[in-house]
Design a protein around this ligand. Structure first.
Ligand code: NAD
Length: 214
């Protein structure tokens, strides 16, 4: 942690991109797909969040989304979401579909995988407006994220396992200072802080804001 904070103070980054995955919302009580609590009834998320699962059993998939919406409605943004929102000029690129970054006050958010509170019509059903495994990302979202990440002075990667493509391909695009926050660091960032998002994000954001006043 100390080395990462020193590097931030030295770099005094202006252009910051924050790239988040399910782990940033874990501290709000929303389960990740792969970790503990990732199962719903006896189903794995990877077997429900697919076009094939929806074609096979739409009611089951819709019930699962209703359960997930309930979890998100009952949850609050945590200290990590709130700290990120203090970086008013940062771009937030998230793989999450829970809308917690906007609820915390972040204004510029690219939702690479959509949002579970929106729906769109397919055949006889309204389906959640999210990206399922094997589907394309919303037009322009990946391009905007890639361009911002290439140009950023600092890339903060929080709570993502880096295994879900094409989003996982974004981190290697960045050449400058990069810092990961994850109890189990998994991406190739320059600095890794092995800690929970809600614990480590606020001091990192403090260091960024303070570096601009030095
Ligand atoms: P993922 O692949 O992004 O993995 C979760 C990561 O979070 C892991 O690396 C884990 O070590 C880390 N993590 C766990 N607790 C943490 C904490 N307290 N602080 C920081 N990091 C922590 O996510 P996934 O769950 O495998 O999901 C795959 C896809 O589904 C992604 O698109 C993901 O964003 C989406 N998803 C979204 C939500 C949501 O919107 N809240 C929830 C589940 C899954």
């Amino acid at each position: 942690m100390q080395d990462a904070l020193t590097a931030i103070r030295r770099a005094a980054p202006r252009k910051v991109v924050v790239f988040t995955g399910a782990g940033v919302s874990a501290d709000s009580g929303i389960p990740t797909f792969r970790g503990a609590g990732g199962l719903w009834r006896s189903f794995r998320a990877e077997d429900l969040a697919t076009p094939e699962a929806f074609a096979r059993d739409p009611k089951l998939v819709l019930e699962w989304y209703e359960w997930r919406r309930g979890l998100v409605r009952a949850a609050e943004p945590n200290a990590a979401h709130r700290a990120i929102a203090r970086l008013e000029d940062a771009l937030v690129v998230t793989q999450n579909v829970d809308g917690l970054h906007r609820r915390a006050g972040s204004r510029d958010v690219v939702e690479l995988h959509g949002n579970i509170f929106r729906t769109r019509r397919v055949g006889d059903y309204e389906r959640p407006d999210v990206v399922w495994f094997g589907e394309m990302l919303p037009e322009g979202a990946l391009e905007r994220a890639a361009e911002a990440i290439r140009e950023a002075d600092l890339l903060l990667v929080i709570g993502t396992s880096g295994v879900v493509y094409p989003a996982a391909g974004l981190v290697p695009l960045h050449r400058g200072l990069s810092i990961e926050i994850n109890p189990e660091p998994s991406t190739a960032c320059q600095f890794s802080i092995a800690a929970r998002a809600a614990e480590a994000t606020p001091p990192v954001v403090d260091a960024i804001l303070e570096s601009r006043h030095d």
